[in-house]
Design a protein around this ligand. Structure first.
Ligand code: GAR
Length: 208
């Protein structure tokens, strides 16, 4: 059984997609041990509680220094002894000590086709604003392992989505979620649960 922690900051539609995929038998052999948010008001915490999943909040705002927060954040995560950490719209920078101790065991969903529209400053709606500003015709989403950079880790899955004439950032965000994110994030977790994903020479490789 793959035990996962899902880290969230906002609405939690990707968390919902994971919970629904587990219920529907599309993600096998996996249980959510805990949902962690930095934001006490995150609706994602309600989604977890409604499902009877432990929901906890840890905010950098409650600590005097970033180091103190980072230490406590890692200690809290460690208590759940999870196999995989899933960043599902988690907007806090992952402490380097957490990345080191969960090497190739943290995945993130990003709402663009990396390496486009990613890195510092590209999160949430800002990604889709950037896409529309540049006028690209195809965007999408990426699931990748988390390394020390911002959106630089090995890419596991990507799915493209067409940009349409007259799209607003919100309309495009919704289409990218529906057509890409809510599909490839559960799919990646299922592949990892099946032991099919490895990292070779800095690249994710998926077994048949
Ligand atoms: C999602 O679109 C996710 O890809 C994005 O935040 C949104 C969270 O929505 N993540 C990032 O931009 C990370 N750089 P949700 O709370 O409804 O799942």
């Amino acid at each position: 059984m793959l035990k996962i922690a899902v880290l969230v900051s906002g609405g939690g539609t990707n968390l919902q997609a994971i919970m629904d995929a587990i219920d529907a038998g599309k993600i096998h052999n996996t249980e959510i041990s805990v949902v962690i948010s930095n934001n006490p008001g995150a609706y994602a915490l309600e989604r977890a509680k409604n499902k009877g999943i432990e929901a906890v909040c840890i905010s950098p705002k409650d600590y005097d220094t970033r180091d103190e927060f980072n230490g406590e954040f890692l200690r809290k995560l460690d208590t759940y002894q999870v196999d995989l950490v899933v960043l599902a719209g988690f907007l806090v920078v992952i402490p380097p000590e957490m990345i080191a101790s969960y090497r190739n065991r943290i995945i993130n969903i990003h709402p663009s086709l990396i390496p486009s529209f990613c890195g510092t400053g590209y999160y949430g709606l800002k990604v889709h604003e950037g896409v529309l500003e540049r006028g690209v015709k195809v965007t999408g989403a990426t699931v990748h392992f988390v390394d020390e950079g911002t959106d630089t880790g090995p890419i596991i899955l990507q799915k493209s989505v067409e940009v349409q004439q007259g799209d607003t950032p919100k309309a495009l965000q919704q289409r990218v979620m529906e057509q890409a994110e809510w599909q490839i994030l559960p799919q990646a977790i299922d592949l990892i649960a099946a032991g099919k994903v490895s990292v070779v020479d800095g690249k994710a490789v998926i077994a048949d």
